[in-house]
Design a protein around this ligand. Structure first.
Ligand SMILES: O=P(O)(O)OC[C@H]1O[C@@H](O)[C@H](O)[C@@H](O)[C@@H]1O
Length: 289
């Protein structure tokens, strides 16, 4: 395969790679971190602070195959989150994660690497993505523009698979008392008070975009998550029984991630007016516990 990005256009520390046949990517190497971005899906797959544990979980069983979604990293659910609102034949979580994205620009500054990608067009909606990969921190902004003449619905998520030492050794702070839709039983509930410790399968669309902290006792690490352009957060873990139904997760894979997704989902789905653009951002920062 000829890589879509000519190596001469890439700054020092960035390499054009092929993740699998037909799946081009970029590999970033910086004194303070390394990262891998798949152009298939516009999906950041890996981000590892130097000498530290990975920030993102990528399933060793992930299928790197055109037509399949990659299990791990930060999949982009766009321009609908979950099942298509009216057409059950369309793919779960939209079309962005199985589309080939193109590189608009890659630059290096004192902050780190700045990447801008162009994504698919679906109907009248056009996607683009910017990433900042910096020491101890990454930030993604998914922008949607309505190129048409009529209002267009949009729901989406930056579906981050946060890598963890052991899901049973976590405390999540920031969602106490927030209303949420429990997708497992269809009920509307309130998030429990105090710190939350995952203890069972969870699939929640929480009506909150408050900053989150994830304390990981096993890795002695604190992750800070913040978002903008969002009023909803999705918290998902399949736990053991749910994971057993996912062919692209190993038997113990569920123990090693918690999905914390900056979203426009549920009641937070948007309608973009003709010509309007909307940006959804998620920022993840690592600190010691
Ligand atoms: O298996 P997929 O399509 O990547 O989806 C994984 C999960 O993604 C979450 O965001 C959804 O809330 C869950 O319902 C879903 O099961």
């Amino acid at each position: 395969m000829t890589h879509p990005v000519h190596p001469d256009l890439l700054p020092a520390g960035v390499r054009a790679i092929e993740l699998a046949p037909g799946m081009p990517g970029l590999a970033f190497s910086h004194p303070d971190f390394s990262a891998v971005l798949s152009l298939y899906g516009g999906q950041l797959l890996d981000f590892i602070p130097a000498g530290g544990q990975p920030l993102l979980y990528l399933s060793p069983q992930a299928q790197l195959q055109p037509g399949k979604a990659i299990r791990g990293g930060i999949p982009l659910c766009w321009p609908w989150f979950g099942p298509h609102p009216t057409d059950g034949s369309r793919p779960q979580h939209g079309v962005a994660r199985t589309a080939l994205w193109t590189v608009n620009a890659v630059a290096r500054s004192d902050d780190g690497f700045h990447v801008s990608l162009n994504g698919p067009r679906e109907g009248e909606l056009q996607a683009s993505l910017t990433l900042l990969l910096a020491p101890q921190q990454l930030s993604l902004t998914l922008t949607t523009r309505n190129l048409g003449k009529t209002p267009q619905p949009l729901s989406q998520a930056l579906h981050s698979y946060v890598a963890v030492s052991d899901i049973r050794r976590l405390r999540l702070l920031g969602l106490a008392q927030a209303p949420y839709h429990d997708k497992l039983d269809g009920q509307f509930k309130r998030w429990p008070d105090g710190d939350w410790m995952p203890q069972a399968a969870t699939d929640a669309v929480v009506a909150s975009a408050a900053p989150l902290q994830l304390h990981d006792a096993g890795w002695q690490r604190r992750l800070q998550l913040a978002s903008s352009g969002s009023a909803s957060t999705v918290v998902w873990t399949p736990w053991q029984q749910g994971a057993a139904k996912l062919a692209d997760l190993s038997a113990d894979g569920w123990q090693h991630f918690l999905c914390l997704e900056a979203a426009n989902a549920g009641a937070d789905a948007r309608v973009l007016a003709a010509g309007e653009a909307h940006s959804l951002t998620q920022q993840l920062r690592v600190a010691a516990l």
